[in-house]
Ligand binder design. Structure first.
Ligand SMILES: Nc1ncnc2c1ncn2[C@@H]1O[C@H](COP(=O)(O)OP(=O)(O)OP(=O)(O)O)[C@@H](O)[C@H]1O
Ligand SMILES: [Mg+2]
Length: 331
């Protein structure tokens, strides 16, 4: 029972078109490390790979020991790998300007003579605005389609799920908007003397936005191209968190790639005379490992707890030997 049925390597081999990988899980469980390791593996397979972070609290530069903020940057010493911490502040500023312009159009269209500024403030001063800016950044990068594979180091997963859930909400909302715009348009045409069709930038925007969102959903729900992996530790809370996430994601029709168990103390390092603290922790991990084998049928890798943090590409390569073992997993 307690064995990996399909390893990360085998999953990747079985999904040759895998293009968008995501990592979710409770804070601090190793999502950034696993994103880095997976990107490294894909790059080593010869895929031009982008490791990107949309999280305003970036950690890729720290992981790689190299500044990758603000623009796609070739990772030193790793052919085919680029990393990019996306500047969310700039996007948020840009989206604010964008929204301002759209609100102006709208007020003009509705013949309301009010300053747009107060509307803009209320539209952009909420936390969802930052998330939607992050989502837009991610989608931009995906649509540019300049790489063979993308690995996203997402924000803690509640956000990731909301980000994707939002695409559903977005399209519902946009459909409603388009419908009411169409009604308004036809009323206008009915009452106007000239029959010439007015330009409607807002409608054009909504239509292209709807197109964009539905395309993003298509990509993100395609199990050939997209996989969400969940990282946990052999401990109660991280396990509970990913159980919840996996259910949410299945409800949203987002492909779940599998589970990675991180920071597992290696048994061969522990002897009967090892300190009690270590033996107790191993016993605790053992019992949660049983729960993991019982409740997840998609464990893809077990990563040992190392005696040091994982920093720099040499450390990532060492973790990759465990996450993507070439000999065990290779067909
Ligand atoms: N197997 C491991 N052995 C030892 N240290 C590890 C291991 N995996 C990760 N770490 C270290 O644990 C810390 C947390 O890892 P990481 O930053 O990848 O977690 P995260 O889930 O991305 O955190 P956050 O939720 O803050 O984004 C880092 O210092 C990392 O180097
Ligand atoms: Mg992280």
């Amino acid at each position: 029972m307690s064995e990996i049925k399909q390893s990360m390597t085998e999953y990747a081999a079985a999904h040759p078109k895998l293009k968008y990988s995501f990592f979710g899980g409770k804070g601090g469980v190793g999502k950034t490390v696993m994103a880095g390791v997976t990107a490294l593996h894909l790059a080593q397979q010869g895929k031009r790979t982008m490791l990107a972070s949309t999280n305003p609290v970036h950690s890729l530069s720290g992981l790689l020991d190299q500044n990758v903020y603000g623009k796609p940057t070739a990772v030193n010493g790793v052919p085919n790998l680029w990393a990019y911490e996306i500047d969310t502040k700039e996007t948020i500023e840009r989206s604010k300007q964008d929204i301002k312009q759209k609100i102006r159009w709208f007020l003009k269209f509705a013949e309301i003579s009010t300053q747009a500024d107060s509307f803009v403030e209320s539209a952009t001063m909420n936390p969802a605005f930052e998330e939607s800016a992050m989502f837009e950044n991610m989608v931009d990068l995906m649509f540019k389609n300049e790489y063979d594979a993308y690995v996203f180091d997402t924000a803690p997963t509640a956000n990731a799920r909301r980000l994707l859930g939002m695409s559903k909400v977005y399209s519902l909302w946009v459909n409603k908007m388009v419908k009411s715009r169409q009604e308004a348009q036809s009323l206008r045409e009915l009452f106007s003397f000239t029959k010439k069709k007015e330009a409607d930038p807002l409608m054009d925007y909504l239509l292209s936005f709807r197109e964009r969102i539905s395309h993003a959903r298509e990509l993100l729900t395609d199990p050939a191209q997209t996989a969400f992996f969940f990282v946990t530790l052999p401990e109660a809370l991280p396990i509970a968190v990913i159980k919840r996430f996996i259910n949410w994601f299945r409800d949203f029709g987002i492909p779940v790639g599998g589970v990675v168990v991180n920071m597992v103390i290696q048994k061969d390092q522990v002897r009967p005379d090892s300190p009690e603290f270590v033996r107790n922790r191993v016993a605790m991990q053992d019992s949660y490992m049983q729960e993991i084998w019982r409740d997840f049928d998609n464990v893809r890798a077990i990563i040992p707890l190392f005696d040091n943090e994982v920093r720099g590409t040499a450390a990532l390569k060492m973790v990759a030997d465990h996450a993507f073992p070439q000999t065990v997993g290779a067909r």
